[in-house]
Design a protein around this ligand. Structure first.
Ligand code: SPV
Ligand code: MN
Length: 631
């Protein structure tokens, strides 16, 4: 684009102060990008956010004025609603753009689209879409400032709610843009909520589109407001970062990072990958431990050790089930003054909020994502509408939590000693199990996650789905390549983190959960001891499991609970038929894909052999005490 033309267009849409803020960054690539979308979307005006307090306040004010948020009873709290039917990630219309003529390909379960065709479609949808509205241009960085993990980003949106959410969730990047060495290297996000109705929610959900252009490192999102579809730096950036990481030899993971306290206040850092709504945030928020992040981590091998950072600085957390007993820290923050956006919860007359699983009784009526709500209300399809949406969320800065880890913004991140993989699995995996080594962990734990679907995505709940590393929804490279990169990553590290598989959702014969919500705390403490060689284990065909005596002591010390031997036996019985069927299912999936590393099949066959050998000796359901004790 011609330089003079850029200047002319920017002058036409930006007032003097905004023009100055953009020019100060002296980045021709950025100016060209902004100009392109200003010309296409034709906003009424353009606001450039420098990240100053004044600019952040302006965006907050606009979210209220535009009707995207409303004040609640407690100071700093606001409510935002998404359109009915826009409360989860839209998998079907989230597409990765590929240029198949150039040989680009992805496995069959990815939703993809031909690049040129889809760029044309989205640019047609974006045409004049911001007519009469203000465009916000915001700068952020993924990962801590001044760190080798850092990726600069620019977000264009006509939603003050999206800009406001990002101001809470991400580190400001305006100043970082003045330092960016390669000025063309930044991720770009373009979002428009499209036409809205009288409730200020997106009207054209049938034209909801989220297109990820890896080649242009740009993501487009239109006709939607739900954070998972619109907050560019969250799951949209993740696809770009996974592709970038795969080129550069590091990892972008759907992982929490937390500090687990061991004896004498030692802190050992863990990452944990769990599909959405499977306990990731509640693990990261366990009382007595510290949180670095609850959703997305970048991992690099630096000086022979694995180090990780939280890509974000805030939490877009699931609110359903948060109560004063199980989640005291979240409960306290959600009831304190400070900047919090609640989304898709129930708002009562006095401006207080209610969600499913909140302490106390279900209110009679209020305002929710369906409009005026009353008990027993049904939607157009006859489905009963709950008081809050199961994927209702809160957006808050991690600084608002008393358990935030002191290394949140450490540019070097934290050293990762353990990696935990878990899914929603009612009948197969034991509650906690350590892999034999790195390869076994990546393949038999990470790449073998299956999880029953939840409300985090639109569609049916409770269906068992393959979800390797809990990252399948966010991958942008072929799965075989991703697994290979994971295998290689550990080989580069002199000190490899231990890898564990966990299952918080195991059920007994009567369909009741074997464990209570906070039992996970005991599993963490056991894993922490394993990292330092301070707990024994039994060797099963699937990996190492805890000794009864160790768990009994931990249950008493940590939760003041008596842990019976029969609980141990029920929970840690190795279920041979279920484990064998699981591996057969996985082998079938992997056999249908291209370029899967041979090690995957070799390790599956080895595990099958171990399971069958054990069955020969002890039968189908093997109580833990049958297995040999190792150091
Ligand atoms: C998840 O669903 O995994 C989330 C929320 O963390 S979203 O932003 O929708 O991805
Ligand atoms: Mn997530």
């Amino acid at each position: 684009m011609d330089k003079n033309k850029i200047k002319k267009t920017l002058k036409e849409f930006l007032n003097e102060s905004n023009f100055k803020k953009l020019s100060f960054l002296a980045n021709p690539f950025l100016e060209e990008f902004v100009t392109k979308y200003v010309e296409l979307c034709k906003p009424k005006s353009v606001f450039i956010s420098s990240g100053s307090q004044e600019d952040l306040d302006y965006i907050r004010k606009k979210a209220i004025e535009n009707g995207e948020e409303a004040f609640l009873k407690i100071e700093g709290h606001t409510i935002h609603f998404d359109a009915y039917g826009d409360q989860g990630r839209d998998r079907e219309n989230t597409k990765i753009l590929l240029d198949t003529n150039k040989g680009d390909w992805l496995d069959h379960f990815f939703v993809t689209g031909e690049r040129n065709e889809h760029l044309e479609e989205i640019h047609n949808l974006l045409k004049d879409i911001m007519n009469g509205r203000e465009m916000f241009v915001c700068f952020f960085t993924l990962g801590p400032c001044g760190s080798e993990f850092q990726i600069p980003c620019v977000q264009i949106t006509d939603s003050a709610y999206v800009a406001h959410s990002e101001n809470i969730l991400y580190r400001q990047g305006y100043n970082e843009f003045t330092k960016v060495f390669r000025k063309e290297e930044f991720f770009k996000f373009v979002h428009s909520q499209g036409e809205v109705d009288e409730r200020h929610v997106s009207k054209n959900l049938s034209k909801r589109r989220i297109f990820i252009d890896l080649e242009g490192e740009t993501v487009f999102s239109v006709n939607t407001q739900y954070g998972g579809n619109t907050i560019g730096l969250k799951k949209l950036a993740m696809r770009l970062a996974i592709a970038k990481a795969s080129r550069e030899g590091w990892l972008t993971e759907h992982m929490l990072i937390m500090g687990v306290r061991g004896p004498e206040n030692r802190i050992t850092y863990f990452t944990g990958a769990f599909p959405s709504m499977c306990g990731k945030t509640s693990t990261a928020m366990l009382e007595g431990e510290t949180i670095v992040g609850d959703d997305i981590a970048y991992l690099r091998v630096i000086d022979g050790v694995v180090r990780g950072v939280n890509v974000e600085k805030g939490m877009f957390g699931i609110i359903q089930g948060v109560n004063s007993v199980d989640d005291p820290i979240q409960w306290k923050t959600l009831h304190s003054k400070g900047e919090i956006i609640f989304s898709n919860v129930l708002v009562l007359e006095d401006g207080s909020v209610y969600w499913i699983g909140h302490d106390g009784r279900v209110p009679e009526k209020g305002l929710n994502h369906s409009g005026e709500w009353f008990r027993g209300k049904r939607d157009a399809k006859g489905k009963e509408i709950p008081p809050s949406h199961p994927n209702a969320r809160f957006t808050v800065s991690l600084e608002m939590f008393e358990n935030v880890d002191k290394n949140l913004d450490n540019p070097n991140g934290v050293q990762i000693h353990a990696i935990v993989y878990g899914g929603r699995d009612s009948d197969t995996w034991v509650p906690v199990c350590q892999s034999f080594d790195w390869e076994h962990g990546i393949i038999l734990k990470g790449a073998s996650i299956e999880s029953e679907t939840t409300a985090a995505t639109l569609g049916k709940e409770g269906v068992r789905e393959f979800n390797p590393m809990s990252n399948l929804d966010f991958l942008s490279i072929p799965l075989g390549k991703y697994i290979q990169i994971n295998l290689d990553f550990g080989l580069k590290a002199r000190q490899k983190p231990l890898i564990f598989g966990v299952n918080y959702f195991l059920k007994d014969k009567n369909g009741n959960f074997f464990n209570e919500k906070n039992d996970k705390k005991v599993w963490l403490k056991w894993m922490e001891l394993r990292v330092w060689g301070e707990a024994g284990a039994r060797k099963t065909p699937c990996g190492y499991i805890p000794l009864y005596e160790d768990l009994k002591k931990l249950f008493k010390d940590v939760l003041n609970k008596d842990y019976s031997h029969s609980d141990y036996t029920g929970q840690f019985t190795i279920r041979i038929p279920e484990n064998l069927s699981k591996i057969e299912r996985l082998k079938k999936i992997y056999s249908s894909l291209k370029d899967i590393p041979q090690r995957v099949f070799i390790l599956y066959d080895e595990e099958i052999k171990r399971l069958k050998d054990a069955r020969e000796c002890f039968g189908d359901y093997i109580p833990p005490d049958k297995f040999e004790v190792i150091k």
